[in-house]
Design a protein around this ligand. Sequence first.
Ligand code: GLU
Length: 357
Amino acid sequence: MGRIVVKVGSNVLTRPDGKPNVTNMSALVDQIAALTARGHEVILISSGAVACGRGAVTPRRQLDSVAARQLFSSVGQIRLINIYNDLFAHYGIPVGQVLTQKENFSSRTSYLNQRSCMLTMLENGVIPIVNENDTASLTELMFTDNDELSGLVAAMMDADTLVILSNVDGIFTGPPADPASKLIPVVRSGEDVSGNVVASKSGFGRGGMGTKCGIAGKVSEEGVRVIIARGDRPDVLVDLIERPESVPHTLFEPRPEPLSNIKRWIAHSASFAKGCVTVNDRAAEALRGDRAVSLLPVGVTAVEGEWEEGDIITILDPAGSTVAVGRASVDSATALASMGCRGSRPLVHYDYLYTEF
Ligand code: GLU
């Protein structure tokens, strides 16, 4: 039996008038209840707070986008969670609300704290229902959208499968509305299909197919199976898990050897880097190669920023492109002092280095 992260977008959960789409929510809850009854563990990433709130309250004056998001999400999130609570109660399944924000993924301690919270919920038969804390998140520090959040959670929780339910059947070879476009059923490990995705987004949510495709590619390369499918098809979730051939979808095959949990955390942490080092061509080539190598001071040509041991840093090639992200084994002063030297201890050990760029 597996651990499944299910992400549902605002367009599946909200009607065009902004009211919660209780029909779709109820169908989703029925399916999650069926999967848990069969022994699967499910974590639900649910958008829809802002959209539900927009249908419930009319601002008394013109609001800027931050104030509007805060107002709507504060009202919409309780509506959303109350509906889930009632629907799951029919099955005797307790649900718990997890509101999070990007900073909670920035240090290993807060990352592990969130992980253990959700593990405890799962161990106790509680379904975590996760959303971004839109009342508190700062615009510049927000997740791109809940697709990004779902990828982080799937990687953090060592999920077997991430299912992203949207309003289209998956990734197409062209615009989904064009009859000449074909659904791409399988994306192999290492294959890049982002060129097929039309840069557009529809309806209420923040995300579009571009971010879904990027997240799916990244998370599957960390060892999680990712499926993109249409959320309002009857029994879509149960079918995807039990009879995948019966429902249209795009499957991103996972890389055969999953990354360790710490490498997965580092893979998503580039935006939290406290500094960066530039390396020479030789070191960049070694880091990009297939062999397991650590970052040694001898290849370092510049050190920027101030960091402590254990912080995240980025590693750049001479042209300024990112080669790797890693967790520093020494602080920035030590890194600077040992720059270019042979025989000093690694700046980043291989086990704490993510190089898939
Ligand atoms: N957190 C937002 C909400 O619940 C949704 C973000 C997104 O659309 O991905 O309304």
